[in-house]
Design a protein around this ligand. Structure first.
Ligand SMILES: C[S@@+](CC[C@H](N)C(=O)[O-])C[C@H]1O[C@@H](n2cnc3c(N)ncnc32)[C@H](O)[C@@H]1O
Ligand SMILES: Nc1nc2[nH]cc(C(=O)O)c2c(=O)[nH]1
Ligand code: SF4
Ligand SMILES: [Mg+2]
Length: 226
């Protein structure tokens, strides 16, 4: 009878279910334009109305932390973006982030902010996407996460309509986000809100935010993993 408590018989499970690992230009946030390796984790507890990565909700393959790092190291980039799906929905994402930092990468994490972010390695730039009313997931925002944010982190709002813009402007002011984080990003929902319209709203109000467009979609359209 195998002793299931025997260390050698216990499987040290540091694996994660991975949707894709690919090399591209960072299309969003502070490092936009930089060659980056993307590690997209499978699964998400949210279902944002606009999600462009629904294909990552299911499937993928289970890889060990070592296999993931080795794959990342096969590309010529020093930036890594851990995304999903919702990466923090897998507990082993935390040791993955630390392993990537230990390997010398500049690591960013794209997260919905629905999961606790306090345990994320302090070297990681946490890009927290606060879900707007039109996302249908506003109620999932874990607003206590905001207190954990620092200058290294970034807050993003995907703006679908004027209601989202007004709500984001309110949150910006209520939580004094420009004083808390390195970047506050307003991002037009792809092919739902005209980027020019968002630009004009921001200019009219002189909002201290950075408007972004998803560079990868401008380059290659809305196709996965290019
Ligand atoms: C696919 S999610 C994965 C990481 C995490 N679940 C999150 O929501 O940040 C990565 C980012 O894609 C962006 N995104 C998804 N669908 C989009 C769309 N239709 N238009 C603009 N940005 C979108 C959101 O800003 C989101 O932060
Ligand atoms: N931030 C961010 N940059 C990206 N560059 C290429 C992407 C892609 O999904 O192909 C991508 C993406 O999904 N997110
Ligand atoms: S939280 Fe991110 S991955 Fe999940 S549905 Fe929303 S945009 Fe898509
Ligand atoms: Mg994406």
């Amino acid at each position: 009878m195998t002793d299931m408590n025997n260390e050698s018989s216990r499987v040290r499970d540091d694996s994660l279910r991975i949707s894709e690992i690919f090399y591209s230009l960072q299309g969003e946030a502070r490092e936009s334009g930089l060659p980056t390796v993307f590690v997209r984790l499978t699964g998400c507890p949210l279902r944002c109305t606009y999600c462009d990565s629904e294909y990552a909700f299911y499937g993928g393959e289970r890889l060990t932390l070592e296999q993931i790092v080795q794959k990342v190291q096969s590309y010529p980039a020093r930036h890594v973006c851990v995304t999903g799906g919702e990466p923090l929905a897998q507990p082993n994402c935390l040791p993955l982030l630390t392993a990537l930092c230990d390997a010398g990468y500049a690591v960013s994490l794209e997260t919905s902010g629905a999961m606790p972010i306090e345990e994320v390695d302090a070297r990681v730039s946490r890009v927290v996407d606060l879900k707007t009313p039109a996302s249908g997931e506003q109620h999932r925002n874990r607003m206590e996460n905001i207190a954990a944010l620092t200058e290294r982190d970034q807050v993003k709002f995907v703006i679908c309509d004027r209601g989202d813009y007004d709500w984001a402007r309110f949150i910006l002011d209520q939580y004094r986000l420009p004083e808390r984080v390195g970047e506050v990003l307003f991002s037009p929902s792809y092919e739902q809100l005209q980027p020019r319209q968002l630009a004009e709203w921001i200019l009219a109000d002189g909002l201290p935010v950075r408007m972004q467009m998803q560079l990868h979609k401008l380059l290659w359209g809305d196709v996965p993993g290019v």
